[in-house]
Design a protein around this ligand. Structure first.
Ligand SMILES: Cc1cc2nc3c(=O)[nH]c(=O)nc-3n(C[C@H](O)[C@H](O)[C@H](O)COP(=O)(O)O)c2cc1C
Length: 219
């Protein structure tokens, strides 16, 4: 796949086939992401790839927590957005519900949708990205670059993904389950697999701004 085509055609998928991702392919995806740029080449990323029975077990633990405990992520949840961003976030939520035919008032269906995050949307694999707790904002920037390269490399192999802040809501449980020390911050989870193109959830497309809406040119 050509680079520009890959960037332009990537999107989030939220329903996957159970087909596992061959380890050889995952190795190539991680190898490509390893070439990501980082602040003074510090490469802060630490990666856990979870699949099979381990993924099922972790999903059960997170589902139980998501039904019973308030979120307590390592990165604070956003408290308020500037109005324009708030508007985009609301629009995203509303369009996603519409694609599924779920009414805004239908609390039961909305809760189901929320909980699907913790089933990793049926993906055969979930990747967790950690970094050392002592690191600051520049390293989070680097983690974003790594995550983007990871999902673009995956996309080039037909492996699609959904970045998920939601699965970082219970970091202590994830660390305990994976045997990762408390000194590592959980930054993001990424569900990955081959998309189920029949699923209604995958019909949703996010709206994007045009370059002229976010760019000023200075000549
Ligand atoms: C940091 C971050 C966290 C996200 N968390 C979630 C999440 O918890 N659940 C989810 O379904 N999508 C999540 N997403 C996916 C976004 O909703 C998605 O990227 C956005 O709507 C744009 O759609 P696109 O990826 O198809 O371009 C997240 C994306 C990012 C970058």
């Amino acid at each position: 796949m050509e680079l520009l085509e890959g960037i332009e055609t990537r999107r989030s998928f939220r329903a996957f086939k159970p087909t596992p991702i061959p380890e050889e392919i995952m190795g190539k995806i991680l190898g490509a992401a390893s070439n990501s740029p980082s602040y003074t080449n510090t490469q802060p990323w630490e990666v856990a790839v979870v699949s099979g029975k381990k993924k099922e077990e972790l999903s059960r633990i997170l589902l139980d927590l998501a039904k019973s405990a308030p979120p307590s992520p390592d990165l604070p949840l956003p408290q308020a957005w500037p109005p324009e961003l708030e508007q985009r976030s609301r629009e995203h939520g509303a369009r996603r519900l519409k694609a599924l035919g779920v009414e805004r008032e239908d609390a039961e269906q909305r809760e189901k949708l929320r909980l699907m995050n913790y089933e990793f949307y049926g993906a055969p694999c979930v990747i967790f990205l950690f970094m050392d707790r002592t690191l600051g904002e520049w390293s989070i920037f680097d983690m974003g670059l790594f995550a983007q390269n990871l999902i673009l490399a995956a996309h080039s192999f037909g492996v699609e993904s959904c970045l998920q802040a939601s699965v970082t809501n219970y970091p202590d449980a994830v660390r305990e389950f994976l045997g990762i020390p408390e000194t590592k911050k959980l930054i993001i989870g990424i569900s990955m697999g081959y998309p189920d193109m029949e699923a209604r959830l995958n019909t949703y497309r996010a709206l994007k701004q045009k370059p002229e809406e976010f760019t000023k040119w200075y000549k």
